[in-house]
Design a protein around this ligand. Structure first.
Ligand code: PLP
Length: 358
């Protein structure tokens, strides 16, 4: 079987050249005589790998010096708890904007640790839009948003102006898709398996003043201060996932960085949305002004027709187009690893399918 166009929401496609480098280095990394999987994380050669990954991520995202980059485990879901455990410190309160399934889960988890104010929600229209919020609770320890809503295919088109209150963003499915101004955020977190590399790695970018002291009342593995003071190696880090993410960072740098990546991602998304806007069979579900570049959600309006389309597409090598189980329909996740040709080929197939089945 040849490689397919994989529209999975995560884990998702990686650039072929990254996979080929990893394959070539699989059994003997740069003449070390061993695989990265077999290496001590305390060895100089591995220290080089993690240092370079951090340096390249800092360059790519233009991360200011007063931010720490942490390479953690547990997925974005673990951050739903780690964020309140670390940051609900002064007033034990936080504001949450609920714009989808993941931000809802984040708010529910945070409520175990303090008072959560759900200050806005777009659930009234099945999360087809992003709430515009300009006012926040004066005593909130932080404001939490989900930058790109993987399941509903929406993305923030503005950065909430929270003033002195730290803004925390789950960027799992939007990180590295375009340049963002890190200095507008107190903390950014993202599971790697959407747009950075294999699962097992979670990246946290945190402003230093939010690290606080070492905490006696939370698990050591969830304490950002401990991770920061130990260079993300209080214990064994997800060594291989960090290595592959590092290869992805190098690939992004070599292909023009995030400005260039944004152009490619806009091009890919437009190919798909333009087709959907002119289709009689398919319809995009997210409001136009907040459409995600990464997750394109669409429906026929009939569950049986949706299923028939997903099955037919799969036979042609366009896989994982089924929408998330809470929304149904279709979702084409077109992260950085999806080439323009993959989107063009999908649209060609959809045109043909519409002609034959419309
Ligand atoms: C996938 C995803 C999650 C869950 O990530 P895990 O790493 O599986 O815990 C959380 N938030 C967003 C926005 C996601 O896309």
């Amino acid at each position: 079987m040849q490689r397919v166009y994989n529209f999975s929401a995560g884990p998702s496609m990686l650039p072929l050249s990254v996979l080929e480098t990893a394959a070539a280095e699989m059994t003997n990394y740069q003449n070390s005589g061993m695989s990265v999987m077999e290496m001590s994380h305390r060895s100089p050669v591995y220290q080089g790998i993690i240092d370079e990954a951090e340096k390249d991520l800092r360059t790519l995202m233009n991360i200011p010096d007063n931010y720490k980059v942490l390479f953690l485990q547990g997925g974005a879901t673990q951050q739903f708890a780690a964020v309140p455990m670390n940051l609900m410190r002064k007033n034990k309160k936080a504001d949450y904007i609920v714009s989808g399934q993941f931000s809802k889960k984040a708010a529910e988890e945070a409520a175990k640790f303090g008072k959560v104010n759900e200050i806005a929600s777009s659930e009234d229209r099945n999360f087809a839009y992003i709430p515009k919020v300009t006012e926040f609770s004066a005593d909130a320890d932080y404001v939490h948003i989900c930058y790109n809503n993987t399941i509903f295919g929406t993305c923030y088109d503005y950065v909430p102006e929270t003033g002195d209150i730290p803004l925390v963003a789950d960027m799992s499915s939007g990180i590295l898709s375009r340049p963002i101004d890190v200095s507008k955020y107190g903390l950014i977190y993202a599971g790697a398996q959407k747009n950075m590399g294999p699962s097992g790695l979670t990246v946290v970018i945190i402003r230093e003043d939010l690290l606080g002291d070492k905490k006696d009342d939370i698990p050591v593995m969830l304490d950002y201060r401990v991770a920061a003071d130990n260079g993300s190696m209080y214990n064994t880090p997800p060594c291989y996932s960090i290595y592959v993410a590092g290869l992805v960072f190098k690939w992004l740098l070599a292909t023009g960085g995030l400005e260039e990546r944004e152009k490619i991602n806009v091009k890919k998304a437009n190919i798909l949305y333009d087709f959907l806007d002119n289709s009689k069979l398919f319809k995009a579900t997210a409001d136009k002004e907040v459409r995600s570049l990464m997750n394109v959600c669409f429906v026929t309006g009939d569950a049986d027709k949706d299923k028939a389309f997903v099955d037919a597409a799969k036979k042609e090598g366009f896989v994982n187009l089924k929408g998330h189980r809470v929304v149904g329909g279709m979702r084409a996740s077109i992260y950085n690893g999806m080439p323009v040709e993959g989107v063009e080929a999908l649209v060609e197939f959809m045109k043909k399918y519409e002609k034959e089945n419309g």
